[in-house]
Design a protein. Structure first.
Length: 255
């Protein structure tokens, strides 16, 4: 706010008046230095305080020891095997053997020989099971294994399931001539028939009660250390059932 002053000449005799002196002194008085210092030092003080606080905080962070880390959890043990095929928990093996693309019939023995080796590694007896999807579908066959009689009959067997529709020319190379299905053929290390087979015609319908006894007898005759002589099972009257050459049970074949 601007102030206007009435400037008039002062009479010589009034120049030394106490009032004039006081006014002259007031004009010459400068603001105290402490006030000026206080006015400028407040922001500086605040800035210095902020820097000091930040320094203390950073110092505390750098000197405080890091919190101890939780010890690493011990590595989980490797999952135990659920039981490889061929162990006591798997008394038999069922494997559906599908022909490779562009396979030649001459490869039949080699394909079966590879399965023979797998069976030997598992200490199982390899047997080729020939079926027809139409008359003896695998789905129905596998349902039979829910019965304890069937499980017991197939104990120790490595069953190689092959579809007669695609495998017939390959089986012929292994000296296996299919005359009816379902049928079971024993093979040797070379993947060829050893002349031992049995067909479902031996027992009729595939039911646990009818098939378990003759199959168990057949499989046991193939086990290592056996005489390898198959004795055809007897019928309900105690009479020996007729057999075909090579140990195949008699009866009408079914396709």
């Amino acid at each position: 706010m601007d102030h206007k002053y009435d400037i008039r000449p002062v009479a010589p005799e009034a120049q030394h008046s106490p009032l004039i002196a006081r006014m002259e002194d007031r004009k010459s008085i400068s603001p105290p230095k402490t006030a000026l210092m206080h006015r400028h030092s407040v922001p500086l003080f605040l800035a210095a305080g902020f820097l000091l606080t930040a320094s203390i905080t950073l110092g505390a962070q750098s000197t405080d020891p890091a919190p101890p880390q939780a010890p690493a959890a011990p590595a989980a043990p490797a999952a135990a095997s659920s039981g490889a095929m061929g162990s006591d928990s798997t008394p038999y093996v069922l494997t559906n053997l599908v022909l490779p693309a562009k396979a030649k019939p001459a490869q039949g023995p080699a394909l079966l020989a590879a399965e023979f080796k797998k069976a030997a590694d598992l200490k199982k007896t390899p047997v080729v099971y020939v079926y027809s999807p139409k008359s003896s579908p695998l789905e129905e066959f596998h349902k039979l294994f829910a019965d304890s009689l069937v499980k017991d009959a197939f104990r120790g067997v490595y069953l190689i399931e092959v579809d007669v529709n695609t495998w017939r020319p390959f089986l012929k190379q292994s000296n296996i001539t299919v005359t009816g299905v379902p049928a079971y053929y024993a093979i040797g290390e070379d993947g060829k028939s050893i002349g031992r087979q049995i067909a479902a015609a031996t027992w009729g319908d595939d039911t646990p009660a009818t098939m378990s006894k003759p199959l168990k007898s057949f499989f046991q005759s193939l086990a290592p250390g056996r005489t390898n002589v198959y004795i055809p099972p007897s019928n309900d009257n105690g009479q020996s059932m007729p057999g075909m050459p090579g140990g195949m049970g008699g009866g009408m074949p079914r396709f």
